[in-house]
Write a protein that binds this ligand. Structure first.
Ligand SMILES: [Zn+2]
Length: 442
């Protein structure tokens, strides 16, 4: 986009400067990248040690001192859990003298257990950085904020806004933003609405986008969309294929969490994610806490390098991910090859735990399967519910069993049930995999 010469508001100028600094990390050679992260980690640890009783105790137990390399201390720190943050909320804060209550924002996540976790953030630092990375993401994917965007999500009020947000308004970019509450209307109605609005961009969950794509294909309607901007869930290859076919759209994946903000963004030219190393130090570790090499899925631990109000070091998000090989796009930022859902989504097989969504990708390629839900019972038995518009053929049933066999589950009893509609629980996130704490009973 050609930039006219003009003055920006101080907030906007700060955001643009931060975005420029974050961008500089894209080309930093690996050795320098490591050094920069270690310097930032050292600053965070020193601050945490000085201002937080919880972290002072943890860091000292890990042998922290100004002379020990920070990555050595980090590796010795126990994993920070949701339970730790719940139990030690006040002690985990690292409020420095002069920081006022009104300068602190609290993020709350409910999580699957229903037990909320609260994390405090210093607004003056967090808000501009969050905005800068949002802007950076729009740049990576060459989004034109003078065009129309449609947003479908929960908790939204239907309506039309005159820009994509304050940041865009401040820049004079005034593409309309049309918003609809996803749960208050049916999917058919959402498709009618999109056909009427004809947006250039669609922001919604990849599951919803794929449903809409299926409906558009079934109706034979034309609905060209430039990009589907993914929200809240991981993206599967089957969803990407549907959106490409129905809308000619790429799905742009993003990885973030309420506790620390942006973590990784989809590569401008590939489908994998790039870690935002300027703000987040990420580890992928196995069950014993050892680092996983590229290609091996493991548990995600994040250290938020700017979490001064409430330091977040080695926080277990409950996600599974796997490192990839360096990217050919020219960016030096680490590659997250794939995300495998949540740690509670691990299927127990004779060969060890397997992330359920990796299996889902394969099931999604079997033509009539629109959705599925799988349960594993304590005795190992698997129950697979399949939603399909017609009965699966014998070949397709064989293909389902072949997917399980190819993933080391040939020995586990498998019960396949075909349904017209899976009754997902209302008001909760869909869980495609559940572990059931009792033996299977037909
Ligand atoms: Zn790349």
């Amino acid at each position: 986009m050609a930039d006219a010469l003009h003055f920006h508001s101080p907030q906007l100028a700060q955001m643009l400067l931060l975005a420029q600094q974050v961008r500089a990390w894209e080309r930093v050679p690996p050795a320098e990248y490591q050094a920069l992260q270690q310097r930032q980690l050292h600053t965070l640890m020193r601050h945490a040690h000085q201002h937080s009783p919880f972290w002072r105790q943890r860091l000292e137990a890990a042998g922290w001192s100004a002379e020990v390399p920070p990555h050595t201390v980090l590796a010795r720190l126990p994993v920070l859990t949701r339970a730790d943050l719940q139990a030690h909320f006040a002690q985990a804060r690292a409020r420095w003298p002069g920081l006022k209550d009104e300068e602190v924002a609290t993020s709350v996540t409910s999580g699957s257990t229903g037990e909320p976790v609260r994390v405090e953030k210093a607004s003056a630092m967090y808000a501009p950085l969050y905005a800068a990375i949002s802007w950076l993401e729009a740049q990576w994917h060459q989004r034109d904020a003078r065009r129309k965007i449609a947003v479908l999500g929960t908790g939204l009020t239907d309506g039309t806004r005159d820009s994509w947000g304050d940041m865009y308004t401040a820049m004079g970019l005034r593409g309309p933003c049309v918003v609809r509450n996803i749960t208050q209307h049916g999917m058919e109605s959402h498709l009618d609405w999109l056909l009427q609005e004809r947006p250039d961009y669609l922001k919604c969950s990849p599951f919803a986008a794929a449903e809409l794509a299926r409906m558009a294909l079934a109706r034979g309607v034309q609905l060209p969309i430039r990009q589907v901007i993914s929200q809240s869930e991981r993206v599967t290859p089957a969803q990407r294929a549907l959106c490409r076919q129905a809308f000619g759209a790429t799905i742009v994946d993003r990885y973030s969490c309420e506790e620390t903000g942006w973590i990784a963004l989809q590569c401008p030219t590939h489908e994998h994610l790039h870690l935002l190393g300027s703000t987040t130090l990420m580890e992928i570790v196995d069950e014993a806490g050892r680092p996983c090499p590229a290609g091996t899925p493991g548990r995600v631990l994040v250290t938020s390098l700017h979490s001064f109000a409430m330091p977040i070091l080695r926080y277990e998000l409950g996600d599974i991910a796997e490192w990839g090989a360096p990217c050919g796009c020219g960016m030096a930022l680490p590659v997250i090859a794939r995300m495998g859902g949540r740690t509670r989504h691990l299927v127990q097989t004779a060969n060890g735990p397997l992330p359920m969504p990796f299996l889902g990708d394969e099931l999604g390629r079997i033509e009539p399967i629109r959705a599925f839900r799988m349960r594993q019972y304590v005795d190992g038995t698997l129950q697979l519910e399949i939603e399909a518009p017609r009965a699966l053929t014998a070949e397709e049933h064989a293909a389902v069993r072949a997917v399980f066999a190819a993933n080391g589950m040939a020995d586990l009893p498998l019960h396949v049930e075909q349904l017209a509609r899976i009754d997902w629980p209302v008001g909760r996130k869909r869980e495609e995999f559940e572990r059931v704490d009792r033996a299977y009973e037909p």
